[in-house]
Design a binder for this molecule. Structure first.
Ligand SMILES: Cc1cc2nc3c(=O)[nH]c(=O)nc-3n(C[C@H](O)[C@H](O)[C@H](O)COP(=O)(O)O)c2cc1C
Length: 176
């Protein structure tokens, strides 16, 4: 059984990547692949480009990664209350190949930001729209004030209440 984990951010220093990597380490019975969306970079979606050149191969490679996984663990970065452009672009291209981007996979959705909101706006957006793309949301959790609650040196969550919520969210994958 394997889980595909990724941060919906193209930042090389992504705090959502730190979070999702840590969250995936809490899975005991799954192997985890942490994907980097930078490996699926494509031009900004345009219907003109699609008509002229078709859908870039990276969209299919991304969809294949999802197809191979038994479950998904995604942590969303928030830019102005919304998805990062990098993730939205990847998602838009992928949806042109297959509207059912999440392919009926069970998903745990996370988010974090340095502020007290914890990227909860984009998390809500991702959670509420997942079913349109055949995502089966098992759990979702926002981690606020990332730098106050996560030890960068140890690479782990230090806030015990949030840790227990994260463990419960991740456990939904093992208990499904
Ligand atoms: C253009 C831009 C817009 C942002 N908008 C928000 C926002 O709406 N809410 C929020 O909590 N943080 C916002 N941030 C701060 C991000 O949460 C912060 O950069 C975080 O590190 C992004 O996650 P990542 O490190 O995983 O890429 C914004 C940052 C940028 C560059």
């Amino acid at each position: 059984m394997n889980v595909l984990a990724f941060s919906a951010s193209n930042s090389r220093k992504s705090i959502n990547k730190l979070l999702v990597t840590y969250a995936s380490s809490l899975l005991e019975h799954y192997t985890v692949e942490v994907l980097d969306i930078n490996d699926y970079e494509m031009p900004i979606y345009s219907s003109d480009l699609e008509e002229m050149h078709g859908i870039p191969n990276a969209a299919s490679r991304f969809l294949n990664k999802i197809a191979e996984a038994d479950a998904l663990l995604i942590s969303f970065a928030e830019h102005n209350g919304n998805y990062t452009v990098a993730f939205k672009n990847l998602f838009d291209w992928a949806s042109r190949k297959n509207m059912e981007v999440y392919q009926s996979k069970p998903i745990v959705l996370l988010s974090t930001s340095p502020g007290p909101g914890g990227a909860s706006s984009v998390l809500r957006l991702a959670t509420e729209s997942a079913h349109f793309f055949k995502g089966n949301v098992l759990a979702f959790l926002s981690i606020p004030s990332f730098y106050d609650n996560f030890d960068l040196e140890k690479g782990e969550l230090t806030n015990l209440e949030l840790l227990s919520q994260l463990k419960a969210a991740v456990a939904t994958i093992e208990n499904k």
